[in-house]
Design a protein around this ligand. Sequence first.
Ligand code: LLP
Length: 416
Amino acid sequence: MSIPTDVTQYHYADGQLYCEGVALADLAARYGTPLYVYSKQALIEKVAELKQSLAPNGHACYAVKANQTLGILRLFAESGLGADVTSGGELYLALKAGFAPNNILYSGVGKTDAELRFAVESKIRAIHVESEPELTRIEAIAAETEQVINIGVRVNPDIDVPTHPYISTGAKEHKFGVPPTQALQMLLHAAQSPWLNPVAIASHIGSQILALAPYAAAADFLVGMATELRSMGITLDYVDVGGGIGISYAGQTPISIGAWFETIQQPVAEAGFTLAVEPGRSLVGPAGALLTKVTFVKDNGYKKFAITDAGMNDLLRPTLYQAKHPIVPVFESEGNINDYDVVGPICESGDFLAKEQALPNVVQGDLLCVLQAGAYGFAMASNYNGRLRPAEVLVAGDQVTVLRQRETYADLLRLQ
Ligand code: LLP
């Protein structure tokens, strides 16, 4: 129930929870609940940590999928980060937010023709190719539009990581990347094509990773491949180790951005290559919280339920990945500690924010704050059960900016 150490900008003062200089209770009164809250300072701190560790020639590309809210993207773009996108929509948002096209990477297993053409027109830094047929499509588009296209190949290094199976991506049973021999052939093919320029070898082994060893293995693996290519006369611009470093959801000790870089940057630099990374969650997760109000408390004699006005449509992670987000009361209380299932209003038993969460006595109208919700929170929200997606606000000191308005009933009809 305490605030994780990597959540730096949420604290109690005079018995109530603050984000930077603003009381969360005031935010609830002004903007309603459920509400996504982000600390600008926490975002800035993470970018600073990243920049401090990254060698001057390195590329840090924020994985837009973690949080694609324009105000957040703008902040990262202004701070000089590049972007890693995974769809035409993310590319569109990244460009609108002001990321320099030559600092945008595009990964993904199923890029459509329209998406590939959009990436080519936008002159992004590189398309990271994930299959042989995709390479064939890109080459055809390049020939047709008479443009040489920078490509990287995402290799599947067959490294299994200890994380939830849905977000482990670097083992051979996963759909991502291509096996090493295919990756080499694809890069050799690109080197011989008048329309393709091989610039990178990439991998992303998974997400919410709390150990350094898989990264050491991935970095070594990629360096080995880049070295082999160099011996064949192909010198790549960068070696991309992906993203994936975890945060402290349930008291785990996260690996610091500094330690991550020490592990991956050294082997890459020693072999004479430039490093690229694609972190998402670690940059934006700890800065964000989901503020929610208890609609009812229900005790069925077997369990106590705190029924909140936020549900799985607002924060899907507990339902989809059995994720345990820290949940803290907005007002500190001396009340007896009880276990509550913190559940939403949606008609599914899978609709919960936490199971058996220890909380001081909860009553109707109480405000609860779900921490570590900045990444894959709003980004995965939906209108399921006719629910309106929440508003999002950015706190900077004692200032508050609305990044996104709360939806209205009319929004449910807008496109139909
Ligand atoms: N690069 C690529 C190619 C990726 O697929 C991902 C995440 C990232 C970078 C960023 O990973 P991060 O640093 O954020 O871990 N919805 C899930 C996470 C899915 C991650 C998918 N790929 C969750 O809520 O845990």
